[in-house]
Design a protein around this ligand. Structure first.
Ligand code: ADP
Ligand code: MG
Length: 627
């Protein structure tokens, strides 16, 4: 660094940061403790990074290899300093990292804060990172020097619209030879964070399991370690209490809820590793993120390596925690992790173990499993599509909304309440259980008391595409192919008798097909309908109607024509017969069009030509239908 002091440069915060700061400063959010958890976690990340870099290039650690986090309150100056001798930041990193938010889900989070009344409670859950320090400080100075770098830089901000970056004074540069020092000028309301016991309380609560020593520095510069700094996952299960696990979960996952499920074990033998995994209670914010990134941390002999080892399949990305290997080489590059045979072996073992744990939870604690499924079922179902090997296990774990009541049901429950002669599992895919319940395709099943699965997750249209069986019973869509309920008795046989089917079935079907031309692939008599006049279904080998609809929205539809099914007992269908018999071709055409349009509407679609539909309907109403 050259001796003459260069002037500070002013920078603007990215718009999202300014918005976040504004919320933070003006919030009445009372749980300000989180700021310390965030700063300590950043310091710990920085120490992890410098230790990782030092595996390949140990020079920057020379002379100062005791990695630690130090907290020093100064009652006179009303400042709290958090310092680490980690990786540090150069000038550009200070500008980029402390001026923007890169974190996925931030936009959605900010939107959620605005929309939700309880938004402020979400701040804690989300983990707002560095900026949360502005909840307790009205001015922040960050002095940092990149490990191996030659210059020390100082970032300062009083919140608001921006920050300054300037070269460090000689005194500052001497104080921070490597890593980062953050000085918080505490607001009056936050002065309790000057007290050692208060700091200790917060550290014990949120950061006890940080692997590096967290030291509290007193008036006379004497340092005292206040956290356990032990790798909890290396300890024996018998030594640990439920509360230890909860705290470890919160530190590792940066979460505030309780873990719904905890999995702690060690594998010995050819490959030795320790595993500590948690299933959260509340869905993490990035669950819907298209990157579908896992969050299981890989350690090698207590050294943090990466979050990116994809140790679990993407459909288990809600699981948080640590895998600590004894055998992997420390200098394994992140890129090489993908194909390393040892990592692949860990991956396989881990997925099986997690699924096994989910199975035992489902068997032994159905209530807990119900909650986990409600939170993560939509994600787990991706496995039905992706993980052929574990498909059967995942199907057994699945819970479905069905026509049989309000409680979600397993396929085992479903099969146990098969009707006499029932051999298949029926389902309907669509948007929203309520709308599905009103779908005419359910009529024939309902008339026979047959339970139908109501599949409403977007992923449902995809996994059901593949032939699926449970317990040797086929899953069958009620909106695809030819469903034959012939062998299954009606609940009320008398009712079936009072309405005879139209006598001239063949003539009606031919007439309607002729009138509709290639708008439909086929017109046939329905087994599904008992009350409604018509419905649209896909052919046996065609895609389910719901999937076709989803893909068509993305312009990826196959353009396959649906099959129109008619209820031969319905008056409107019989009217086609009469019109045919009387040679009224115009009326046949109008009736056929009306049947097709209402089938579209019953599927939740707009008729292809809404104006023509309205006109035709009006004409019929005004004229009156003479049957
Ligand atoms: P996150 O930790 O989720 O990335 P933060 O807002 O907590 O988000 O931090 C933003 C970034 O600032 C970090 O990703 C890191 O690059 C940098 N950073 C923050 N604190 C430190 C530190 N003590 N040492 C080095 N880099 C840091
Ligand atoms: Mg952070």
């Amino acid at each position: 660094m050259n001796g003459d002091a260069r002037a500070a440069e002013a920078h603007q915060f990215q718009a999202e940061v300014a918005e976040l700061l504004n919320l933070m400063v003006h919030s009445v959010y009372s749980e300000t403790d989180v700021f310390l958890r965030e700063l300590i976690s950043n310091a710990s990340d920085a120490l992890d990074k410098v230790r990782y870099e030092a595996i390949a290039r140990p020079e920057p650690l020379a002379g100062d290899d005791r990695l630690a986090i130090r907290l020093k309150p100064d009652a006179a100056a009303k400042t709290l300093t958090i310092a680490d001798n980690g990786i540090g930041m150069d000038r550009q990193e200070l500008i980029d990292n402390l001026g923007t938010v890169a974190r996925s889900g931030t936009k959605a989070f900010l939107k959620g804060l605005k929309d939700a009344k309880e938004g402020l409670g979400l701040i804690g859950q989300f983990g707002v990172g560095f900026y949360s320090a502005f909840m307790v400080a009205d001015r922040i100075e960050v002095t940092s020097r990149r490990a191996g770098g030659a210059e020390t830089w100082v970032w300062t901000s009083a919140g608001g619209a921006g920050f300054d970056v300037a070269p460090a004074s000689e005194e500052q540069a001497r104080r921070v030879p490597r890593g980062t020092e953050i000085v918080l000028h505490l607001r009056t309301e936050a002065e309790r964070y000057l007290q050692a016991f208060e700091l200790e309380r917060v550290i014990r609560t949120y950061s006890d399991h940080i692997l590096f020593p967290i030291e509290l520095v007193g008036d006379k510069d004497e340092a005292r370690q206040v956290n356990a700094a032990s790798a909890l996952w290396q300890r024996a299960k018998s030594e640990l209490k439920p509360d230890d696990y909860t705290q470890a979960y919160r530190t590792l996952a940066m979460a505030f809820d309780e873990p719904a499920l905890t999995l702690h074990y060690k594998v010995e033998g050819r490959q030795a590793y320790a595993v500590l995994l948690f299933v959260p209670t509340t869905p993490p914010f990035d669950l819907a993120d298209p990157a579908r990134k896992g969050r299981v941390k890989l350690y090698v002999r207590r050294v943090y390596i990466t979050d990116d080892a994809d140790l679990l399949p993407a459909y288990l990305r809600f699981v948080r925690g640590v895998v600590d290997s004894e055998d992997l080489p420390l200098n394994l590059s992140r890129e090489m992790l993908q194909n390393n045979p040892q990592v692949i072996q860990i991956r396989n073992g881990l997925a099986s173990r997690v699924i096994g744990e989910l199975e035992s939870c489902a068997a032994k604690e159905p209530e807990t499993w119900g909650k986990i499924w409600a939170a993560f079922g939509g994600v787990l179902k991706e496995g039905l599509y992706e993980d052929h090997e574990r498909r059967g296990q995942l199907l057994a774990l699945a819970r479905f909304a069905t026509t049989a009541g309000e409680t979600p049901r397993s396929l085992r429950d479903y099969v146990a309440s098969f009707k006499p002669n029932q051999t298949e599992i029926y389902y309907l895919v669509g948007e929203g259980a309520e709308r599905l319940k009103a779908n005419p395709k359910l009529e024939a099943a309902r008339a026979r008391g047959i339970e139908v699965l109501l599949l409403t997750d977007p992923i449902d249209a995809f996994w059901t595409m593949m032939p699926t069986e449970f317990d040797g019973k086929k899953l069958r869509s009620l909106s695809q192919g030819d469903v034959d309920f012939g062998e299954l008795p009606l609940l009320d046989e008398a009712k079936a008798g009072d309405q005879a089917a139209a006598a001239d079935e063949g003539a009606i079907l031919t007439a309607v097909k002729e009138a509709l031309g290639d708008k439909v692939a086929e017109v046939r008599a329905s087994q599904r309908l008992t009350e409604s006049a018509a419905c649209l279904v896909a052919g046996d080998n065609g895609r389910d109607r719901e999937l076709e609809r989803l893909l068509a929205r993305a312009n990826r539809g196959s353009g396959a024509k649906p099959i129109l099914e008619l209820n031969m007992r319905h008056d409107l269908v019989k009217a086609v017969g009469s019109a045919c018999g009387a040679g009224k071709d115009g009326e046949v055409a109008d009736l056929a069009a009306l049947l097709l349009d209402q089938a579209h509407i019953l599927d939740g679609e707009v008729p292809p030509d809404p104006a023509a539909f309205a006109k035709r309907l009006n004409a019929f109403v005004v004229r009156g239908l003479t049957l």
